[in-house]
Design a protein around this ligand. Structure first.
Ligand SMILES: [Zn+2]
Length: 428
């Protein structure tokens, strides 16, 4: 047996054709292909997209293997249609040295479910005081190109400036978790009339927007590349639009949950809806969808944030921030963006594979489904409707906000350089 013949798939949702994957590459694309020895997969009615690339995944290893491991998190990624993920640095120990990023990178290679690109911390220990060894992480076997203190904001403007200046040398990017710390002390949910009614400390939009405004100015000033994590407010979108309009090198991501869910869910006091940044209002959700559709926001990123049950099954104020994302991302994007007519499948491929790969400087990912491209492919059934059942997740954690909800679409198969990681919706 050599290779896979995907018969009748619809690349980017277009007309049906065949794709032959062989030798780790897409060998041929066209109708009526045949190849002796290739395994034939009936892809009638399935949409083929480039393997998805996540810019923002928390794999929790090293340190919190009870919540997730590199193996379980990347298996979840493959089931969600991803062929590459960026692993955030807020592990224990923090990924702020060449040693830790190489460890995570190696664990990813051993697991084999998808490519793992470690994100290096900006500051030592995420403490926001001294720059971490950015150059050593860039030169390591993990070849780190994205740096972030995610989970915390690089609040010190001088440290942010230094980081932006430093990463220019190797084409890196600083990914900012935009959260002004003083404005969000003990904050629990979006600041609104509802936060007052519920008695939960408000998290004002300006706490995000002020940091993004500062950082796009800094990035423009030093001529470096800024990426804004999990944009959540309409005001942030306006700032990004302004910065891009004046030629600043800034990119931005939005999470699936910020495209679908609103702060009204906090009224349940169920901590499964507690997330950082918080769920916002309906007008914010509309602005985020519009910005993703028009390209002001470049990418969807999951911010997959697994938490052990004891960190989530408690009262709201004590619970950890974060939601699972990898195994439901594509379905949520289908519901929020495709079924609303805001994006077609080519647009989804662009925002979930092509642009994230470009932001992360990943040569072998996010490529068009054309001959000679690496065979990173996801096949999805857009007609499927499934009830989300967290007990079936590959993730070690269960903190999904979609449990029991019917979502559209189903990942049927994922191929990483021609090798199936998922077949018939199951790990291969
Ligand atoms: Zn974050």
């Amino acid at each position: 047996m050599t290779g896979f013949l995907l018969r009748g798939a619809r690349p980017l949702g277009g007309s049906a054709t065949d794709l032959l994957l062989d030798g780790g590459r897409i060998a041929e694309v066209g109708p009526g292909l045949s190849r002796a020895g290739a395994e034939v997969l009936d892809a009638d009615g399935l949409v083929a997209l480039p393997g998805l690339v996540d810019l923002h995944t928390h794999l929790r290893e090293p340190g919190r293997e009870d919540a997730e491991t590199v193996e379980s998190g990347t298996r979840a990624a493959a089931l969600g249609g991803f062929t590459a993920v960026h692993a955030m640095a807020n592990t224990e120990p923090v990924a702020d040295t060449a040693g830790v990023v190489e460890q995570v990178w190696r664990l990813g290679r051993e697991a084999g479910w998808c490519d793992v690109h470690p994100v290096g911390a900006v500051s030592v220990g995420l403490e926001g005081r001294r720059l971490a060894e950015l150059g050593a992480m860039a030169d390591s076997a993990a070849r780190v190109r994205m740096f972030s203190d995610d989970g915390r904001c690089v609040a010190d403007p001088l440290l942010m400036r230094r980081a932006l200046e430093y990463v220019r040398a190797f084409g890196g990017v600083v990914a900012q978790h935009a959260q002004e710390p003083r404005l969000t002390e003990d904050a629990q949910m979006n600041e609104s009339d509802l936060s007052g009614v519920l008695g939960l400390r408000g998290w004002p939009a300006v706490a995000e927007e002020a940091v993004i405004a500062r950082d796009v100015l800094l990035a423009g000033h030093v001529g470096s590349r800024l990426h804004v994590c999990h944009v959540s407010t309409a005001g942030s979108v306006e700032i990004l639009r302004w910065a891009k309009g004046r030629g600043t090198s800034v990119t931005a991501e939005v999470t699936p949950h910020h495209l679908l869910l609103t702060d009204e869910l906090a009224a349940t006091y169920d901590p499964v809806y507690k997330v950082n940044p918080p769920l916002r209002g309906r007008e914010d959700v509309e602005a985020l969808r519009t910005a993703l559709a028009d390209g002001t926001i470049d990418a969807v990123a999951t911010d997959h944030a697994p938490h052990a049950a004891e960190d989530k099954d408690c009262e709201w104020a004590a619970a950890a921030f974060g939601m699972l994302g990898l195994e439901t991302a594509l379905s949520v994007v289908q519901e929020a963006m495709v079924e609303t007519g805001l994006l077609d499948w080519a647009g989804v491929a662009d925002r979930m594979a092509v642009r994230p790969a470009a932001i992360g400087r990943l040569d072998g990912q996010g490529r068009a489904l054309e001959p000679n491209a690496p065979a990173n492919v996801v096949l999805l059934d857009p007609a499927a409707r499934e009830t989300v059942d967290p007990s079936r997740f590959a993730s070690h954690s269960r903190n999904t906000p979609y449990a029991g909800r019917v979502l559209p679409g189903r990942v049927v198969a994922t191929f990483l350089r021609g090798r199936p990681t998922v077949l018939d919706g199951k790990p291969a």
